[in-house]
Design a protein around this ligand. Structure first.
Ligand code: FAD
Length: 299
């Protein structure tokens, strides 16, 4: 209930203005690696030094025109270049709507294909995030097309809250896909997504089991310790599975898992357009909202 309320409030221009002006100071910096690439690089290096692999994302989604998408592509080229020169253990996760896919599917494909090729040239990897349910078909279509074009340094994401995801996984398995499994972060209607947490968690387990049994590489992206233990018990080894968590969430658990010898990636996005990302993190855990409000009152 509160989750839906926060996600709806996120659409209000007043909330956007207030949080946009004060949010970084009030607590967004807990979840965001920095507003600039230089700040993000420093954060990524610190995480690497603590034994965590990392990924980064230029925060943002949905561009207005092809020129804006092209600017995003140029920035990701620079991100890939800096990762290489700074010798970071960091890959890139991006959103297709940020590359213009809703304007024109071919434009989105050409932009992501260019970045996947650029990443390959630099020995790096691109993960295509999964956005809200209207984007699932096009995201999977583009992932399949990239793989069929011979790109294997690319992965995608399946969300266990969607009824369709198990079927989507089955149809990807012949490609030996690299999939990240998440519960799902958007406000989806009951017509497409399980409303009950128990069903989302049960589907999560099934997706992880199936992906580990017959997929290529499985990224188990959750902060839910029961689901992490379930994945670790399947024990496919670090060549075939990685645990993934978000920057600023369950940091001690991330470090404890590293200390136990597990392969852990911390997803650390950056950029000035952090508002919708922050709202999704607040919606996931109302206690984060209290943390945010306490900071606001303390100012
Ligand atoms: C690396 C990574 C990549 C992701 N990529 C995508 C994507 O491409 N598409 C997508 O839809 N979603 C994505 N997500 C978000 C995901 O769908 C969930 O919304 C998010 O991970 C919270 O669910 P959970 O699995 O941690 O389980 P939950 O049941 O929500 O949480 C389990 C426990 O983790 C802790 N926790 C969870 N979230 C928070 C938080 N924000 N702050 C503090 N504690 C928290 C709490 O202790 C909670 O009890 C990603 C998540 C991760 C970790």
């Amino acid at each position: 209930m509160l989750r839906r309320l926060i996600l709806s409030a996120a659409d209000s221009p007043g909330v956007q203005r207030f949080v946009g002006n004060y949010g970084m100071r009030l607590g967004a910096s807990r979840f965001v690696a920095g507003e600039t690439l230089d700040e993000a690089i420093a954060t990524l290096r610190r995480l690497n030094e603590r034994g965590l692999r990392t990924n980064t994302t230029l925060l943002g989604e949905h561009v207005r025109d092809a020129a804006e998408a092209s600017t995003v592509v140029r920035i990701y080229e620079e991100v890939l270049r800096r990762i290489e020169t700074e010798r970071l253990q960091t890959n890139v996760a991006l959103k297709l709507t940020h590359l213009g896919v809703t304007l024109d599917e071919e434009l989105g494909y050409a932009n992501v294909e260019h970045l996947v090729a650029e990443a390959a040239r630099r020995g790096n990897f691109i993960r295509i995030d999964m956005e809200d349910s209207p984007q699932v078909d096009v995201t999977l279509r583009i992932y399949r097309r990239l793989r069929e074009a011979g790109h294997d340094n690319v992965g995608t994401v399946l969300q266990s809250y969607l009824y369709r995801s198990e079927q989507d996984l089955e149809s990807l398995l012949p490609l030996k896909p690299n999939v990240r499994i998440v519960k799902g972060a958007y406000n989806e209607p009951e017509t497409v997504a399980y409303p009950k947490k128990a069903d989302v968690d049960a589907a999560y387990r099934r997706l992880v089991e199936r992906s580990i049994a017959d997929g290529g590489f499985t990224a188990v992206a959750t902060h839910d310790e029961k689901l992490i233990d379930h994945a670790l018990a399947l024990d496919p080894g670090p060549e075939r599975m990685e645990l993934q968590m978000l920057y600023g969430v369950r940091t001690q658990l991330q470090l404890d898992l590293v200390a136990r010898g597990q392969r852990v990636l911390c997803a650390a996005p950056y950029g000035p357009d952090w508002f919708p990302y922050l709202m999704r993190r607040l919606a996931e855990r109302p206690a984060n909202l209290l943390f945010f409000l306490k900071n606001a009152l303390g100012e």
